[in-house]
Unconditional design. Structure first.
Length: 337
């Protein structure tokens, strides 16, 4: 294989890794925001937010890395996605800004504390929904002609499938947030998290079944990839492991275990991500734009790859260190033990 064939594959997995890390790490923080309205009082909301306070603002690094890598390695994809999904991406960015500002301002505010608490919850909810909507619109496919985006109306991304995936991601992030709170808190907040985990888990399982049943009819490429022989046999471990993961998560919650629910919730997203990548490969913009068609010049990819190979270990080291320092339970009155 030539370097022109290898480099796009490497960049595809670099960007995919960055996106996956963002989803896993920032997903539970968005989930905490989604769940704050279920707290009994402001003190419990403080407790919830304090579990993520020392670590949350490093998570967007992965989102920036994924976006910058996409622009450098696959500029055609970057142009198509931003043109087609301008409104939901704009809403996502505004929601993330409100979420971040509200996170900091709420702890300092007095009279406007309720307003900033609402902004944190609303920003988290909207950001999660928009991420799911963008995912659904991409999987459903962009209107392409000759590898170029055919400009449709501003709301071309709006569809029942994209709305459904938006709600599905809200439930998924809510599950991550609830299981994180189980891991990091005690007492009443942990009890609320346990109580919320069960319905959220059922919702996630239901949405995974619905998406899996709907996807083949949304995208014919996915139908061929998953349901033709021998692909069906080779790919069958993914849904099997997902079912096993769901059973293990349910039993872990019923047994009031603390670590396993969060780990198994992360596994839900990991398995879903693997299934998505396997389903659309080698396309980067379904239904027809492949990674090789969308790739930039090899010299551009190599130049940016030097920075990626420096930054990824550095960010991984920082992330690992920060989670190591702020490990353990978070007490309501004194913070981390």
């Amino acid at each position: 294989m030539t370097i022109e064939h290898v480099l796009p594959v490497v960049w595809y997995f670099i960007i995919g890794f960055a996106v996956l890390m963002y989803v896993l790490l920032d997903g539970f923080v968005l989930g905490i925001g989604i769940l704050t309205p279920f707290a009994d009082d402001d003190q419990q909301r403080d407790h919830m937010m304090n579990t993520a306070a020392p670590i949350w603002d490093g998570n967007e690094t992965w989102l920036v890395m994924g976006g910058a890598g996409l622009m450098a390695a696959f500029p055609k994809t970057y142009a198509i996605v931003l043109s087609a999904l301008y409104l939901p991406i704009l809403c996502l960015l505004i929601a993330l800004i409100f979420r971040g500002v509200a996170f900091e301002f709420r702890f300092k505010a007095q009279r406007s504390r309720v307003v900033w608490g609402f902004a944190f919850a609303a920003g988290s909810l909207i950001a999660a929904f928009m991420q799911g909507l963008i995912l659904g619109a991409l999987v459903e496919g962009m209107p392409l002609t000759g590898g170029k985006y055919v400009h449709d109306p501003a709301f071309a991304w709006f569809s029942p499938f994209s709305m459904m995936t938006g709600v599905a991601v809200v439930f998924g992030y809510g599950l991550l947030g609830a299981t994180w709170l189980i891991l990091k808190t005690e007492g009443r907040v942990q009890r609320i998290a346990f109580d919320l985990t069960r319905p959220l888990m059922l919702g996630v399982i239901a949405f995974m079944l619905l998406v899996s049943a709907w996807l083949p009819f949304v995208n014919s490429h996915l139908m061929d990839r998953w349901f033709t022989w021998p692909n069906f046999w080779y790919l069958s471990p993914i849904p099997i492991f997902t079912i096993i993961n769901a059973v293990m998560l349910w039993r872990a919650v019923l047994a009031n275990r603390e670590v396993a629910p969060f780990v198994l919730s992360l596994c839900f997203f990991l398995l879903g991500f693997i299934g998505l990548v396997v389903g659309i490969w080698p396309n980067i913009v379904p239904p027809s734009l492949t990674i090789w068609e969308a790739a930039s010049a090899p010299s551009s990819q190599l130049f940016v790859m030097v920075g990626a190979f420096i930054m990824i270990p550095a960010v991984l080291t920082y992330t690992t260190y920060s989670y190591s320092v702020f490990r353990g339970k978070v007490a309501a009155d004194v913070g981390y033990h």
